[in-house]
Design a protein around this ligand. Structure first.
Ligand SMILES: [Zn+2]
Ligand SMILES: [Zn+2]
Ligand SMILES: [Zn+2]
Length: 342
């Protein structure tokens, strides 16, 4: 274990990228208890001692909102040891790799891969840690077209900088999904099916009707600006995007990322809204609309420009499309102990 062995065609590339850890690093420790006891009422000293005495010093330990523990291990050896644990200082536990934190998603761009099936790409890149490939598509005149940008899921929380596809060396950029906007209440972060809000018009922000036949003045339900809730010039949309981006890049919880971004950006209602006033009609000319809003009427997008891929510098960025609910990693219960004061 440790350094990934060179695959058949990975050669020196992977060797030089040997910091890539291809073992699960995040584990969830859950108490086995008939009375649903969690770690909420266990002494932190006991937890710390239990972990250290069984696997040694770990990178971090956090308590999830559920009361389970999230442990980030340091080495492949610890990864092997920790899954075998069945008790922590005499408390019976089960240990599992975290469902989503041990993988990461990146985007590559390669015209030569346009006609290759995702199955074939997965198979060929598997030795470099790729476990799943999904192609970014754009909607154009009602037709769904493939792009040359496959999204790769890697078996590690750390993205490699490059991968090698046959003879081609391709850089891998962090994949940042677009904000998920509810088609019912227009708020971000959940979908229509799990909405507990009120039906709000995506065009005029009034409650009680859909935007289908609405001809009222445009008003955004999220930032109250003079644009529809679908607008990519929306302050709230951009902020949401930045939160998601920060969450992924810093590997922190949504709540933590939100706090961070909110503390850095001015609130809407002043400068931002007025800056965007002129350009906030559903003007998607400059950036092709390649979003997931399948129920929205934005299919006539310009196909020429490639979708802007969000990478390191991203404030007003448009990331690609066809995002479904499932594309958002579920980190809703991933919370720092320190943010829980009770
Ligand atoms: Zn909703
Ligand atoms: Zn309306
Ligand atoms: Zn807005």
């Amino acid at each position: 274990m440790g350094k990934r062995k060179s695959g058949p065609f990975s050669g020196q590339l992977i060797a030089s990228n040997s910091k890539r850890n291809n073992f699960p690093t995040y584990f969830v420790i859950q108490r086995i208890s008939n009375s649903n006891e969690t770690f909420h009422n266990v002494s932190p000293f006991l937890v710390e001692k239990g972990i250290t005495s069984s696997v040694g010093e770990v990178k971090s330990t956090k308590k999830l909102r559920s009361g389970d523990l999230l442990v980030e291990v340091e080495s492949p050896k610890q990864a092997k040891q920790i899954v075998k644990l069945n008790s922590l200082s005499s408390i019976p536990v089960t240990v599992k790799p975290h469902a989503t934190l041990n993988s990461s998603k990146g985007v590559i761009s390669c015209g030569e891969l346009l006609n290759e099936s995702v199955e074939k790409i997965t198979e060929e890149l598997n030795s470099q840690g790729v476990t799943h490939v999904r192609r970014i598509t754009i909607r154009r005149d009602g037709e769904i077209l493939n792009t040359k940008h496959p999204i790769l899921t890697f078996d590690s929380s750390k993205l490699p900088e490059h991968i090698k596809a046959g003879y081609m060396r391709l850089s891998v950029r962090t994949y940042i999904p677009n904000p998920l906007r509810c088609f019912k209440c227009q708020r971000f972060g959940h979908s229509k099916t799990s909405c507990r809000g009120t039906l709000t018009c995506a065009r005029c922000a009034e409650v009680g009707h859909e935007n289908t036949d609405c001809t009222r003045t445009e008003k955004c339900a999220n930032c109250k600006g003079e644009h529809t809730s679908l607008s990519r010039n929306c302050f709230a949309w951009k902020q949401e995007k930045e939160i998601i981006s920060t969450k992924i890049k810093k590997q922190i919880s949504y709540q933590e990322a939100r706090k961070l971004i909110k503390s850095q950006t001015p609130t809407p209602g002043n400068s931002y809204v007025s800056v965007f006033k002129k350009s906030t009609a559903p003007s998607f000319q400059t950036k092709p609309d390649i979003a997931a809003d399948s129920s929205s009427k934005q299919s006539a997008s310009t196909p020429s420009a490639p979708p802007a891929m969000t990478n390191q510098t991203s404030f007003p960025s448009v990331a690609p499309l066809c995002e479904k609910v499932s594309a958002l990693p579920d980190l809703t219960d991933f919370k720092l102990v320190t943010s829980k004061k009770s």
